[in-house]
Design a protein around this ligand. Structure first.
Ligand code: EPZ
Length: 431
C-alpha cells in the first residue's frame, strides 16, 4: 500500500489547477444509463472512484472510450470520455462493487426508469456513519416502483414505467435528489421535488439531463419540477470544477501562510467556506482565472463553524477546516450536523500535537502554536486530506498511511502540492 511522506514548513505558493468535481462526475456518468445514445463528458477527473464506476457501468452494458491527449494539453487536465449504453445487458449491481463506492447505488434510478427493473446491493455502512438509503427508496416508491429487500439487495420494479408524483424530502439529501431527478426525467407526467438539495452538483446533473432532452425547472432551488419525456438522447457536457478540492487547497494555503491561485475554481460554489477562511485571517480574491487565497504573516484566528446542506458550510470540508483550526490563536467549535460519526480525523490530528475534545456533535479545538510531524493513518477521503494539511504545516516529517483513500477523490495531489513548493513524496508499496 502506498504512503505519502511530507516534510512540513514550506508555504504553498503558485498555481493549482482545479479538477472536475468527483461528486458531479459520478452522477453524470450514471446518467449515461438513461439513453442508448452517447453521453460525452469533458473534464472528467482521473480518480479511483471514477475508474470503479466505469467497471460498474460497463457491467450493465455501457461502452466507454477516452480521448487521447491533445497537442499542448497539460497531462493533468481532465479527460474527455464517451459513454454509450446502447443496450442494458444486466440490471444487477453486485455487492462486491457497490460496497466499495456508495454512489454506485444510484444506478437504481436510471435502470428502473429505462428498463423497469433493477437489483442493486444495499451499500451498507461506512466510516462516516450509518448513511441509510430510505429516502432514495421512498422517492422511487412515490414514482410508482415496488421495492423489496431480498438477501441484501434492493429489488425495484416498475413494469409499466414510472409515473410523475409529488416527492417531499423530510431531510435534504444529495443522493435522493440525484436519483429522483434521473428517474423523473423518464417518468410519465410531472414530478415536483420539495426540499430538494441545492448543491452545485445537482445543478450540473440537471444541466446534462436538459441537454439530453429532459424538461426540468428550478434545479438549484429547493423546489424542482420535472416533466417526464419518453426518451432521452445523447449530449456533451463539461464537469464543473471541484468545490471540495478548491476548499481543501484554500485551507492548505491559509494553513501554510502561502499565496495560491486555484485555477478554474468558482467562488460561489463554496462561499460559506471562503467566508470562514476570511474570518480566520486569510485573504480571498475571486479573479477571472479562479480564486486566489493568501495569508501573509498574520495569525490564524479561531472561527466556529456548523456544517449544513448547500449553501451552508460543507461537511466535506469540515475535517480540513479543523486541521486549520488546530493552529489558531484560540478556541474554536466545529459542529457536524450532516453525518453522525464524521470525526475520525480527531484522533489522528492529535498525533501532530493538536488539542481537540469531542462534545456530542461538536469538536472543541484549542489551537496550539506548533504541530509536530508524525506517522498517521488515513481513514476516509476528506479526513485523510486534513492530515495532509496538518502535515504541510507541521515541523519535521510525517508519513501518511493508507493513501488509497486520497486517490479516491484528489487527482494528482502530490504533483499539485509539490509544484507549489511543498515537500511531498509518494512512496509506492514496492519502494
Ligand atoms: C453526498 O453523499 C456526497 N457524495 C458526500 O460526499 C457528501 O458528504 C454528502 O452528499 C453531503 O453533502 C457524493 O456526492 C458522491 P446525503 P450522499 O444523501 O448523497 C441522510 C465525499 O467525501 N440520509 O445528502 O450520500 C444521511 O445519512 C462524500 O465526497 C438519510 O437519512 O449524502 C445524511 O445524514 C462523503 N436517508 C444526510 O441525509 C437517505 O436515504 C445527507 O446525506 C439518504 C440520506
Amino acid at each position: 500500500m502506498d504512503r505519502i511522506r511530507i516534510v512540513g514548513g514550506n508555504p504553498l505558493n503558485g498555481v493549482i489547477p482545479i479538477s472536475g468535481a468527483k461528486n458531479a462526475a459520478l452522477p453524470l456518468m450514471i446518467a449515461s444509463l438513461l439513453t442508448d445514445r452517447t453521453v460525452t463528458l469533458e473534464n472528467l477527473p482521473r480518480l479511483a472512484d471514477v475508474s470503479l464506476l466505469v467497471r460498474i457501468l460497463s457491467n450493465h452494458g455501457v461502452d466507454y472510450s477516452i480521448d487521447g491527449r491533445r497537442q499542448g494539453e497539460d497531462p493533468d487536465s481532465g479527460q474527455t470520455v464517451h459513454m454509450t449504453a446502447r443496450e442494458i445487458v444486466d440490471t444487477t449491481a453486485p455487492y462486491d462493487l457497490v460496497s466499495r463506492m456508495r454512489a454506485s447505488f444510484w444506478v437504481l434510478a436510471p435502470l428502473l426508469a429505462r428498463i423497469g427493473e433493477a437489483r442493486v446491493s444495499l451499500p451498507g455502512g461506512c466510516a462516516i456513519g450509518t448513511r441509510p438509503v430510505d429516502l432514495l427508496l421512498m422517492a422511487m416508491e412515490r414514482l410508482g416502483a415496488s421495492i423489496d429487500i431480498d438477501a441484501g439487495y434492493v429489488v425495484a420494479k416498475a413494469p409499466k414505467g414510472l409515473r410523475g408524483a409529488e416527492i417531499v424530502f423530510p431531510k435534504v439529501t444529495v443522493g435522493g435528489t440525484h436519483v429522483a431527478l434521473m428517474a423523473a426525467a423518464l417518468a410519465e407526467g410531472t414530478t415536483v421535488l420539495h426540499n430538494a438539495a441545492r448543491e452545485p452538483e445537482i445543478g450540473d446533473l440537471a444541466e446534462l439531463l436538459v441537454k439530453m432532452g429532459a424538461r426540468i425547472r428550478g434545479a438549484g432551488s429547493s423546489v424542482i419540477e420535472i416533466d417526464g419525456v419518453a426518451r432521452l438522447g445523447g449530449a456533451k457536457h463539461r464537469v464543473l470544477p471541484d468545490r471540495i478540492e478548491t476548499g481543501t487547497y484554500a485551507m492548505a494555503a491559509a494553513m501554510t501562510g502561502g499565496d495560491v491561485l486555484l485555477q478554474g475554481a468558482c467562488a460561489e460554489h463554496l462561499q460559506a467556506a471562503l467566508d470562514a477562511l476570511v474570518q480566520a485571517g486569510a485573504q480571498v480574491e475571486s479573479t477571472p482565472d479562479g480564486v486566489r487565497v493568501m495569508r501573509n504573516g498574520g495569525p490564524i484566528r479561531p472561527v466556529d463553524i456548523v456544517t449544513a446542506p448547500f449553501p451552508g458550510f460543507p461537511t466535506d470540508l469540515q475535517a480540513q477546516f479543523m486541521a486549520l483550526m488546530t493552529r489558531a490563536q484560540g478556541v474554536s467549535r466545529i459542529t457536524e450536523k450532516i453525518f453522525e460519526n464524521r470525526f475520525m480525523h480527531v484522533q489522528e490530528l492529535a498525533r501532530f500535537g493538536a488539542h481537540i475534545r469531542l462534545e456530542g456533535d461538536s469538536a472543541i479545538v484549542e489551537g496550539v502554536p506548533v504541530l509536530k510531524g508524525a506517522p498517521v493513518m488515513a481513514t476516509d477521503l476528506r479526513a485523510s486530506v486534513s492530515l495532509v494539511i496538518a502535515a504541510l504545516a507541521a515541523d519535521g516529517e510525517s508519513m501518511i498511511q493508507r493513501v488509497y483513500h486520497l486517490d479516491r477523490g484528489f487527482e494528482a495531489l502530490e504533483r499539485k502540492l509539490s509544484r507549489c513548493g511543498a515537500d511531498v513524496t509518494r512512496i509506492s508499496s514496492g519502494g
